[in-house]
Design a protein around this ligand. Structure first.
Ligand code: Y43
Ligand code: MG
Length: 196
């Protein structure tokens, strides 16, 4: 029986990636398995603050170790926007397509050399009674001029990975799970959990 790893997320795209990246090591559970948990309001100014709040709130509720991921897209030409507002850039309950459309319209006049962006994944491990630990992963790219590809989730269709000349949503999930900000952070988490 594999040990359980609870992740304080309800994002189905993330859950799919966590299950793949922790396969063989843990049985991944998420907030979708705990519908009774009240919504955790992400009112922090940083990915770190939100990751800590998600992990610590669920860890206290379940009285067990919990992992959380607060992540997003930061674009230099937009002074780091959407950042911590990535999930609701176009407004609360807006879709990924609405969020991408807003980014593309704000960058409409911006040439390719100034469309540099990065995905950040800040993971927090909250262990009741202990200091919360943080592991940050990043990947740099360029915002495409149109959405391309159907893999992944969120802003993947407009995030061009220069080394492959494709958007994150055109890459296979195997390749995304090697190069993404989440893969980078999880490598560090695994290293820690395995006593590295
Ligand atoms: O690999 C990714 N590929 C594309 N977009 C991504 C990725 N990773 C995060 N993102 C975007 C999606 C969402 O707009 C925001 C995450 O916001 P964030 O609050 O961390 O997640 P969420 O609200 O969707 O679920 P939850 O808080 O339950 O983990 O950044
Ligand atoms: Mg969120």
């Amino acid at each position: 029986m594999r040990k359980e790893l609870v992740i304080a997320t309800s994002n189905k795209g993330k859950i799919k990636e966590f299950k793949t990246l922790f396969a063989g090591m843990y049985e991944v559970k998420s907030l979708l398995d705990y519908p009774e948990v009240p919504e955790i309001i992400e009112d922090g100014d940083t990915f770190k603050a939100n990751a800590a709040k998600k992990a610590e709130t669920l860890a206290a509720y379940l009285n067990q170790n919990v992992l959380a991921d607060d992540s997003g897209l930061s674009i230099d030409a937009l002074n780091g926007e959407p950042g911590v507002f990535s999930a609701r850039y176009a407004g609360t309950h807006k879709s990924d397509a609405d969020n991408m459309a807003k980014v593309l319209s704000k960058l409409a006049e911006v040439p390719e050399e100034n469309r540099i962006a990065r995905f950040t994944c800040m993971m927090a491990i909250a262990e009741p009674g202990k200091e919360t630990l943080f592991f940050e992963g990043q990947v740099e790219g360029i915002i495409a001029t149109e959405a391309r590809g159907t893999n992944g989730f969120g802003y993947d269709p407009i995030f061009l990975v220069p080394a492959y000349g494709q958007t994150m949503a055109e890459l296979t999930s195997e390749l995304k799970n090697k190069i993404s900000h989440r893969a980078d952070a999880i490598r560090q988490v695994k290293n820690y959990l395995l006593g590295g």
